[in-house]
Design a binder for this molecule. Structure first.
Ligand SMILES: [Zn+2]
Length: 866
């Protein structure tokens, strides 16, 4: 066994072996109970980021522990084609080469993207392997595989036939850079400092005028009305009259509609149905014309007259100049407004009316609300239910078409003779209406999320009734980030219910977001991104995983820092060193089933293992990952390595075989409990120390071994032990040294009135770094000693010349902290309501806590007294 854990070689070696052995493969024909999950498919465009690392590590802990608990685990991985993101990347490459997708042509462009995809898919898959995720690679999927294409097409065609999918002109958010429509969810709203321009419009047939305020003067070329609020007394007499628009000279009516906010600007607004969603809706209500003055290229159209061909922002400048010259510009104010931006390309979006495909969402949303209300799908944390309710009760139809090449092409063919839309599973040879052969396929593709919405069942072979589908659907749990609850989770639930008639999964665990150490969102522009690939190189995958798991309290975001990663690496090192010590001191002839001889420390360790194994199982069953990690951390770091090994060192070195077999079994139990979180290190230790001492029928890979809860050592009833008192004495000794400014390594004399020190003399001396520890019946206050109260007695250390307190700052800090805590606790215990409602156990604990804190406060006061 190496002196240090070589994580790089261990990681590659074990993952290859696990994969080769088929440890992660689901087996529908087995007698085991199935447990299934789908991996949220990463985009082929991406490298693994910290969000992925968390989002894949947590379900891996579930998968590995379920496997150990005897389930037939099937966790299907895959990658997403990521329509718009991928196309943007490859288009950028083309631009650098001085060409573009139009010059290249649709087919050549697609080939180019496929090549790029093949290369990148390997990268992201290998990054998943490095992270240790125990997915079933034999079942891996890509959203544009033939079988997934078939399910996408079936859903589209059937939904069209049922009237759930329709095509029509709608106002959508148009991205002029990527040249595609976007769904509302892909739109980011960004606050921008802009202007509010006040324009004077003359009223026809009079010398009066009206002033309108606008943030987008260039759209005035497409105005078809000016609107006021029906109850705004200032303008009542003007409704029904007309204004002559400056610059265009067109006559447009003054109308009344409740959508106008009388408090905004002058209370008069211009109405441009072609370029604003509210105006569009008003235009439909009031039967106004819609004049499109900005085109899909974000340039002014022919309808803009002399401004035709100008970019929309250049046009804005020109319009203002011209209005000013015509004496129609009244004033300009600074104004902050929300500007709609494309999440992907960063373009300022233009609301435009265009022919798009839509999917009706109302019916699906109702079903999705019901299954969550009825508890058929459970959310952890539960507070996401409120967000779910809100969004699904206010849902809009989903714009599913994208003007992109990369993706699932819409299976609709337009007849050039009769205009009929032929929607079909297979390429039609003739129009179903007029038999014409002049058919042209819709050039557009489907929103990437359309195929993602089918993921949990399309990857299992749906619409075919495969044995995988029968066996593994619905999935047991979906682990994902809460920021894609609508993009993805809601749509999966709706499509699952609609197309399979069943929920796609029984539970959803929403993991937190990973932020930097000060709680800021990680972003390239802030320079605070922690790259999981670099972290895995520097600290090892196990340290990364353990850090993320131990910080995953449901509902709170993770503030990741280097110091946390270092602490996890130290934890791994500590276990490695302890295992190495066991390995070097337990000869090969001793095996796990050798006769056991248990002493006091062994009884204590066994009861700790019992306790922790139950708590870890429970915590994992309720997705309290941080709790499970915390339990294991203290068990391993403090109790097993810090205390137990020290206590049994002497026996071990003296060669008690029964004792050696005990420690071997404890290490084995620890490895099995920790393996789901820290898979590589535990497998490596298992191979070095445990594997050759297993019974012949046991699997030789830790990844295949069972959860240890049935282990005979975890079934016993053990006598109460003095080890916790020993631990308290030790920590008190160390604290006394710190309080008095004594170097923790300096060997001083100590005294105690606790008889226990007689039996534990050697380990106390060695761990407390003492010259000696002497039992006495009494300890009197003196200037030479620092005294502290423990359990049923006192302990003291000689501080000699350092008779005055060297480190009062520590004590003062603790003093103040305790004061506040006592106040809070006393308040709570003085509250009748709390006392009446709190469980007896919690109440007793709170009272004990208060007592302990008060007595500690008294001690500190004594110490601080001059
Ligand atoms: Zn036709």
């Amino acid at each position: 066994m190496d002196k240090a854990y070589q994580f790089q070689t261990a990681q590659t070696k074990w993952y290859e072996l696990w994969e080769k052995t088929g440890v992660f493969e689901g087996c529908p024909s087995s007698k085991k109970k199935p447990f299934s999950m789908s991996l949220p498919p990463p985009n082929i465009t991406g490298n693994l980021h910290m969000g992925h690392a968390l989002c894949y590590t947590l379900p891996d802990v579930i998968a590995r522990s379920k496997r150990a608990q005897g389930f037939d685990v099937c966790w299907v991985p895959g990658v997403d084609h990521a329509g718009i993101a991928t196309q943007i990347i490859v288009e950028r490459q083309l631009k650098e080469e001085g060409t573009d997708r139009h010059q290249l042509g649709r087919e050549a462009f697609l080939k180019r993207i496929w090549d790029w995809k093949d290369k990148n898919q390997n990268d992201i898959e290998n990054q998943l392997r490095r992270l240790g995720v125990s997915v079933d690679w034999s079942r891996k999927r890509f959203t544009m595989d033939d079988s997934l294409n078939a399910s996408v097409r079936k859903v589209f065609v059937e939904a069209f036939q049922q009237g759930r999918i329709y095509r029509g002109p709608r106002m959508i958010q148009w991205d002029p850079i990527s040249q595609t429509a976007l769904s509302d969810l892909e739109v980011k709203h960004s606050e921008r400092q802009g202007k509010l321009w006040y324009l004077r419009y003359p009223i026809e047939g009079s010398s009066e005028s009206i002033v309108v305020a606008t943030t987008r003067p260039e759209t005035m070329l497409g105005d078809t009305a000016v609107a006021v609020h029906p109850e705004d007394e200032r303008y009542q007499s003007l409704v029904g009259r007309q204004i002559r628009q400056p610059l265009t000279g067109r006559l447009i009516p003054i109308v009344a509609d409740a959508f106008v906010d009388p408090a905004f600007g002058t209370g008069c607004v211009k109405v441009t149905p072609a370029h604003d969603p509210n105006d569009h809706a008003a235009g439909l209500r009031l039967h106004l014309d819609s004049i499109m003055v900005i085109g899909f290229d974000a340039k002014m159209t022919e309808a803009a007259g002399p401004y035709q061909g100008l970019d929309r922002f250049a046009c804005r400048k020109k319009i203002i100049e011209d209005l000013d010259e015509a004496g129609c510009l009244v004033k300009i104010e600074d104004h902050t407004s929300q500007v709609a931006i494309s999440e992907r390309s960063g373009a300022v979006l233009e609301p435009l009316v265009s022919e798009q495909w839509f999917m009706k969402m109302n019916e699906g949303a109702q079903k999705a609300l019901e299954v969550v209300r009825q508890g058929k799908i459970k959310f952890t944390p539960n507070h996401h239910v409120a967000v779910w309710e809100h969004w699904l009760t206010n849902i809009q139809d989903w714009c599913i078409s994208r003007q992109l090449v990369w993706g699932h092409r819409i299976p609709a063919w337009y007849c050039q003779d009769c205009g009929h839309i032929n929607v079909a599973l297979e390429v039609p040879t003739a129009c179903s209406q007029c038999s014409s052969r002049k058919l042209i396929q819709d050039p557009d593709t489907l929103d990437t999320w359309f195929s993602s919405a089918l993921w949990p069942f399309s990857i299992l072979g749906w619409p075919e009734t495969t044995s995988d589908l029968k066996h593994y659907y619905p999935n047991d749990v979906m682990c994902t980030s809460y920021d894609i609850i609508f993009f993805w989770v809601a749509r999966m639930v709706m499509s699952g219910l609609t197309w399979t008639g069943d929920i796609p999964f029984k539970e959803v665990y929403f993991n937190s977001l990973v932020r930097d150490q000060s709680g800021q969102k990680m972003s390239k522009s802030k320079g605070n991104v922690i790259d999981p690939l670099e972290v895995m190189d520097e600290y090892g995958t196990d340290a990364l995983r353990f850090t993320l798991i131990s910080m995953s309290a449901p509902g709170t975001d993770i503030a990741l820092s280097k110091s946390k990663l270092e602490a996890s690496r130290n934890f791994c090192t500590k276990l490695w060193n302890a295992a190495r010590f066991v390995h070097m001191n337990v000869d090969q002839s001793i095996i796990l089933s050798s006769p056991l001889v248990l002493g006091e420390a062994d009884h204590w360790m066994a009861s700790r293992l019992q306790e922790v194994s139950i708590k870890v199982s429970e915590a994992l069953a309720h997705y309290r990952f941080h709790d499970a990690a915390d339990q294991l951390y203290h068990l391993i770091y403090d109790d097993f390595c810090g205390t137990y090994i020290e206590l049994v060192k002497v026996q071990l070195l003296q060669g008690s075989n029964g004792q050696k077999a005990v420690i071997l079994n404890y290490l084995d139990i620890i490895l099995r409990l920790l393996h789901p979180m820290v898979p590589f290190l535990t497998e490596e230790i298992h191979a070095c120390v445990i594997k050759d001492r297993l019974a012949s029928e046991e699997p030789k890979l830790l990844a295949q071994r069972s959860w240890p809860s049935e282990h005979p050592l975890l079934q016993g009833v053990y006598p109460t032990s003095r080890v916790p008192d020993f631990q308290e004495i030790l920590s008190t000794l160390l604290r006394l040294k710190a309080e008095h400014g004594i170097d923790p390594g300096k060997r001083v004399k100590a005294y105690a009135t606790v008889a226990l020190v007689k039996d534990f003399e050697e380990p106390i001396k060695s761990l407390g770094k003492l010259e000696s520890i002497t039992f006495q019946n009494q300890i009197e206050p003196s200037n030479e000693c620092a005294i502290a109260v423990v359990g049923h007695g006192k302990i003291a250390i000689e501080i000699g010349q350092a008779s005055s307190l060297k480190n009062p700052a520590l004590l003062i800090k603790e003093h103040d902290k305790l004061g506040k805590e006592i106040e809070v606790l006393s308040g709570r215990l003085g509250n009748e309501n709390f006392v009446a409602k709190a469980p007896a156990e919690a109440l007793a604990k709170a009272r004990q806590d208060l007592k302990d804190k008060k007595s500690r406060l008294e001690q500190i006061k004594d110490l601080l007294r001059p």
